[in-house]
Design a binder for this molecule. Sequence first.
Ligand SMILES: *Cc1c(COP(=O)(O)O)cnc(C)c1O
Length: 403
Amino acid sequence: MSIDAPWMRASRAAGLIGSDGTARPTIFAEMSALALEHDAVNLGQGFPDDDGPAPVLEAAVEAIRAGVNQYPPGRGVAELRQAIAEHQQRFYGLSVDPAREVLVTAGATEAIAASLLALAGPGDDVVTVEPYYDAYAAVIGLSGARHITIPLSEPGFQPSPDAIDAAITNRTAVIVLNSPHNPTGSILAPEHVERIVAAAARHDAVIVSDEVYEHLVFDGARHRPTASYAGAAERTLTVSSAAKTFNVTGWKIGWVTGPAELVDAVLGVKQWLTYVNGAPFQGAVARGLQLDDGFYDGLRATLQRRRDLLATGLVDAGFTIAPTAGSYFIVADGSPLGLTDAAASARALAVDPGVVAIPLSAFGLADAAGGASVVSASALRFAFCKPDHVIAEGVRRLQSLRR
Ligand SMILES: *Cc1c(COP(=O)(O)O)cnc(C)c1O
């Protein structure tokens, strides 16, 4: 078994195999293992500790008992596709045809993977912002396309117009957007979305818009899907998921909506990845999407309160923080505390005072390619999708950094 073996070529090219020939562990697995080992408060990986809404959980249990346990239809159960279409209409006034323009997937992860594998290959560019959700880079690597990034810079983690124009060219097959953004918690300003849509139209590129945090937008703002911008709908695949909205990250129910030809292209790949998934969960997620506004308002209010709890605690501990407009995350800079190397400090903080965060560099190109990164080396990503008492304990421990 050798790293040089020909059958390692694809994984090696995609940067998925380490120099010792083993699967490169994700930073989340590594940091969560450290959290367990040191009994640290885990503000690293972005999974919620709270359970999902009772009617949604009940619906899944009932479905299993009622025998909904075999392969569902390839595009997803009709009830869920209908609920997804109604959700897009109800929240955003977007019309999608549940029969042709909706596809249920194994989480947003599969929706993104199948979209990229369907639409990009060797000779193509796939453009993302940087920092980026790490799964994009892995799948772009597998597709054989080249990964080009548009740096986000502070204040506000926004792109520059010049960087947008430079990144999107005739080579661009797909542009992946993610707003609200993991890992920075920023929301892409409308003028930047407009510019990206115009560049996509000029170069006939498809936009894959990852909107898994669509219901986690704070301070009274509202999510605006990329597909709702002028000229965008015809070239945009919108991706979302039950994971972050209903606290069911283990269910892996996601979906993609968009023009029928694009959705068919994604289906063409998806059916050979998982074929189908999660039969008893699909109807339950439909139940969730039909919950009244009170549920969605409550979710937003809870996460906003937790954001504020964590933000205040980080500032009190001596970190400099970037404002979070949406998502589960706050980016904090430890330089004022002498924590200038985030990769090293993340490991140190897990041991003492026992709090786990993720270095922002894990979401940058340098991590995979070894090149210079646009991502700040001293920035850490903290997650606040945790119960108040967990955040409070994490914050209490961090106060010991201030001397
Ligand atoms: C969590 C997350 C996903 C994955 O969603 P699943 O439905 O669990 O596959 C995709 N994109 C972003 C930005 C995420 O944070």
